[in-house]
Design a protein around this ligand. Structure first.
Ligand code: TTP
Ligand code: MG
Length: 369
């Protein structure tokens, strides 16, 4: 039996703020942007006291119709008495890491999907749906005891249903969808509840008279394919409660490097620098494609006598710019060419550029987790 959990923290940023400042408990709390001081209010926009958008808000604030991505100025109109707080990312990242550490202990496999949510495959940990519910309750209790935060959990035979289920009862929810009840659970829900179905797909489906997942489930799959291609098949399967996708363990990449051996050993600074530039670009293209950011840059040199030396520099924070990568790699190269007596004299046979201490960029945040 496959049992998947989707855990999603409740009003994450604002819940963390309330935990840190208990006097905010029960109040409408809005996290996002920043509040401008009197001096910052420009003459052209005298009324715009607050800039930026709402990152998230407490459930109390949601009762005023406030939600993520709403301009803060609008939130201010809806609830001027709310507590407005700036985003404190380092704090939320730290709490996120602590939560993920707790969750790891419960999972056969874990896949973190954003700063505050993860899929857990717990198939070997429980024998039936009742045990799965108990297991999820234990997780909720541990997070509440250790972090003073609530989360909502969906339990289901696959990832898609687990994700839909975690949002079904919120905050502090727990929803179990047994395999035999999957289609029944999905049928009345609007199609936009399927992860990945945005306003465009929703509109296209509406034109085909498909508004609920149940209608999608019984629709002719050939017609869906004609309209959506392969995605049509996937939508039809999901609507019928089928999703074979696995919980993907985080692919931890420790480092990434490129190196080159010269056709002829060299000491020529411009040849060496050009080579470092090119290698830095190759490394950069890969990390960019895979969404990584780096903290450490290392340069490896193999001399004509096959002696290998490495120098590295670790930055205070994560970086993703090619210019930074090139700059450090070249500085390290200069250290070699101006280095200790003997090294300076030797020709170089091979150069390598490596980045390590890698982080991933969270898609939802476009920030590093
Ligand atoms: P969500 O899990 O989508 O929202 P939430 O945890 O605040 O509320 P709930 O799950 O109870 O509905 O996002 C997690 C965090 O990501 C959220 O606390 C703030 C941040 N976030 C943004 O910064 N901008 C956004 O548009 C969204 C949706 C979230
Ligand atoms: Mg959340």
């Amino acid at each position: 039996m496959k049992v998947i959990l989707h855990v999603d923290m409740d009003s994450f940023f604002s819940a963390v703020e309330v935990r840190e400042n208990p006097e905010l408990k029960g109040l409408p709390v809005i996290v996002g942007g920043k509040i401008e001081t009197e001096e910052e209010i420009t003459a052209e926009e005298p009324d715009r006291k607050i800039r930026g958008v709402v990152s998230t808000c407490s459930y109390e604030a949601r009762e005023y119709g406030i939600h993520s991505a709403m301009p803060l100025s609008r939130a201010y109109e809806l609830c001027p008495d709310a507590k407005f707080l700036p985003v404190n990312m380092p704090l939320y990242k730290r709490v996120s890491r602590e939560i993920m550490t707790i969750l790891k202990e419960y999972a056969d496999k874990i896949e973190q999907v954003s700063i505050d949510e993860a899929f857990l495959d717990v198939s070997t940990k429980v024998r039936n749906w009742d045990e799965a519910r108990e297991y999820a309750l234990r997780i909720k209790r541990e997070i509440l005891e250790k972090e003073e935060l609530t989360c909502s959990i969906g339990i289901a035979p696959n990832k898609t249903i687990a994700k839909i289920a975690s949002a079904f009862v919120k905050p502090d929810g727990l929803t179990v969808v047994e395999e035999v009840k999957a289609r029944e659970f999905l049928a009345p829900l609007p199609v936009k509840k399927i992860p990945g179905v945005g306003p465009k797909t929703e509109q296209m489906l509406k034109k085909m008279n498909i508004e609920q997942i149940g209608q999608l489930a019984s629709y002719d799959v050939q017609e869906l394919v004609a309209k959506f291609g392969k995605y049509g098949t996937r939508l039809h399967l999901i609507a019928n409660g089928i999703d074979e996708s696995e919980v993907e363990e985080e692919w931890e990449r420790k480092s990434l490097s490129r190196e080159r051996t010269f056709a002829e050993d060299t000491k020529d600074a411009s040849v060496l620098n050009n080579c470092v530039d090119e290698l830095a670009e190759e490394v950069y293209n890969t990390i960019k494609k895979e969404g990584f950011v780096f903290k450490t840059v290392a340069l490896k040199v193999k001399f004509e006598d096959f002696v290998v030396c490495t120098r590295a520099k670790t930055l205070k924070s994560f970086h993703s710019e090619l210019s930074m990568l090139k700059k450090i790699a070249k500085e390290l190269m200069t250290e070699f060419s101006q280095g200790k007596g003997k090294e300076k004299e030797k020709k170089i046979r091979l150069v390598g550029v490596r980045v390590s201490n890698l982080g991933v960029v969270d898609e939802k945040q476009r920030r590093i987790v």
